[in-house]
Design a protein around this ligand. Structure first.
Ligand SMILES: Cc1ncc(COP(=O)(O)O)c(C=O)c1O
Length: 503
């Protein structure tokens, strides 16, 4: 599409008052072309419109346009109008302010850090990509009806509470108390833009730069990036038997916070036992360390009975609880929540105000009604059965086609399976699987400290039950039956081929 010079830009053409009107208009247009505000290929208004908006005679405008055409800054196209030249005179280009030779002012040290990270621009929702719910199973008709009911409510078109829409906080309180055993009132809930903002807020409110933070090893990369962004010092908290090794936590520590996924370790899927949970709470109290409990995937538990949240196991715990609607509803909602001690609700709300302001109101109102009307609990019940079926089938296909080459991590979480193997690098396998059209994440990428950096003592502490760090995390929730069959056959063929070539 041809860019058209806007009224705003025309209003910006300020006559300097120095020299003739013709000279002044020439200088203005020339400055805007050379400065890049009038982009190459943009169509100028007609000389009549220009004259009218600038309060000049049409003759003056025509003379200026002719001069700029003669100099190569503008060009006419018969019957279409006057355009900024697509090939500007070299003198003009040399002076463009975004010329790469002009050095830009320095960036922050955080931006330097981000520059070193790989950016993943590939599609995120390929079959077997971890963490993608089956959006086709979402009750879209109900959702659309609720959205229609709220979309033109005037009360939702303005600013609201930074802490979150009150009816949503109330509906969530009810759900979290009933279903997750969380001890909370609605004034302890802060609505966030997904789990990611929840973690970032915790970093901002609870930690200073260079403060040590304990992260499960292996663990959630989103937590790692949030704490890294806050320039905290990341320390591994070892995982054993697919859960945090509570006994191995240092009795004295400088760490100000421990991030943990007790209900379903991410990504290995283990569930922390009740006795370990109590021990963890005691440890946190005596070590004076915050626990950030990410209640990841708790709704989809296929092994044993549902386990209540750590936060609710005792009163007055140093636990900040967090959850997200990304898996239980839709990732695109970007909606999550924190439950913080009452005394901290105000400071968290202020931090949220500074970070992002409110969470979109329409989404909050629709989700509140979805919860209030019981659709949420019904949807979870349906998805539990749905994912359980997929989980069983994916396990048996993996055993059937890849069994001799892999070990399946039995207690894996509700939306993905973890397989471990030797003889082929997990990063190479993930790359080759991607080339065939499937997602997956190499297990080694969840590791804070790469295996080669572990010393002998740490390696021996991991013990024989520590799952190897060479494996794949395979999301089954967003796969169809046919994709599971085809994908796992493809994976099997790749493992066999790559193991032979020793990649
Ligand atoms: C451990 C863990 N927590 C939370 C989330 C949800 O993140 P968000 O709410 O930012 O989408 C994910 C998503 O993959 C996750 O793996």
């Amino acid at each position: 599409m041809v860019p058209v010079v806007s009224d705003l830009l025309l209003n910006d053409l300020q006559m300097s008052g120095v020299g003739s009107l013709q000279q002044q208009l020439y200088q203005q247009l020339h400055r805007h072309i050379v400065g890049g505000r009038l982009v190459s290929g943009a169509r100028l208004p007609s000389s009549r419109q220009l004259a009218q908006s600038m309060g000049l005679s049409r003759n003056t405008v025509s003379l200026v346009l002719d001069q700029l055409k003669a100099e190569g800054y503008l060009e006419s196209h018969m019957g279409r109008g006057v355009f900024v030249s697509t090939e500007l005179p070299s003198m003009a280009v040399d002076h463009l302010p975004d010329s790469p030779s002009l050095p830009l002012p320095e960036l922050s040290s955080y931006a330097d850090l981000l520059g070193d990270l790989e950016q993943d621009n590939g599609p995120k929702d390929l079959p077997f990509a971890p963490g993608i719910p089956d959006v086709k199973a979402f009750p879209m008709a109900i959702w659309a009806r609720i959205m229609r009911r709220h979309v033109d409510r005037l009360a939702l078109q303005t600013y609201d509470s930074d802490q979150g829409y009150q009816p949503l906080r109330e509906a969530l309180t009810h759900y979290l108390r009933e279903s997750r055993g969380v001890r909370c009132d609605s004034d302890q809930i802060v609505i966030t833009q997904g789990a990611q903002q929840a973690i970032s807020l915790c970093a901002q409110v609870l930690l200073n730069r260079d403060d040590p933070v304990l992260l499960e090893e292996s663990g959630y990369r989103g937590a790692r990036t949030a704490f890294e962004a806050h320039q905290c010092r990341l320390m591994p908290a070892m995982v054993r038997n697919n859960v945090l090794d509570v006994a191995a936590l240092p009795s004295t520590t400088q760490a100000k916070l421990l991030y943990v996924t007790p209900t379903h370790h991410y990504p290995l899927g283990g569930i922390l036992s009740a006795s370990d949970r109590l021990r963890l709470l005691q440890w946190a109290a005596s070590a004076q360390t915050w626990i950030l409990e990410d209640d990841y995937d708790s709704e989809f538990n296929f092994v044993g009975k549902p386990v209540a949240a750590l936060q609710g196991m005792a009163a007055q715990t140093p636990v900040i609880y967090m959850g997200s609607f990304s898996k239980t509803l839709l990732p695109a909602l970007r909606l999550g929540y924190l439950v913080v001690p009452k005394a901290l609700a105000s400071v968290f709300t202020k931090a949220k105000n500074a970070m992002s302001g409110e969470t979109p109101l329409l989404t909050q109102a629709a989700v509140a009604e979805f919860l209030e009307e019981g659709h949420f609990v019904r949807h979870l019940r349906k998805m539990r059965r749905h994912y359980h079926g997929k989980w069983r089938q994916a396990q048996s296909l993996l055993e059937q086609y890849c069994g001799e080459h892999i070990q399946i991590v039995a207690e894996s979480a509700g939306m993905h399976l973890v397989i471990c193997f030797e003889g082929v690098s997990d990063r190479v396998l993930a790359r080759e699987f991607y080339k065939k059209g499937y997602g997956s994440t190499p297990l080694s990428s969840y590791q804070l400290v790469q295996k080669s950096h572990l010393n002998a003592v740490e390696e021996s502490r991991q013990g024989p039950n520590h799952v190897g760090i060479n494996g794949l995390v395979l999301g089954f929730s967003n796969t169809t039956e046919q994709q599971r069959i085809d994908g796992i056959k493809t994976l099997s063929a790749l493992i066999k081929k790559l193991t032979k070539t020793g990649s």
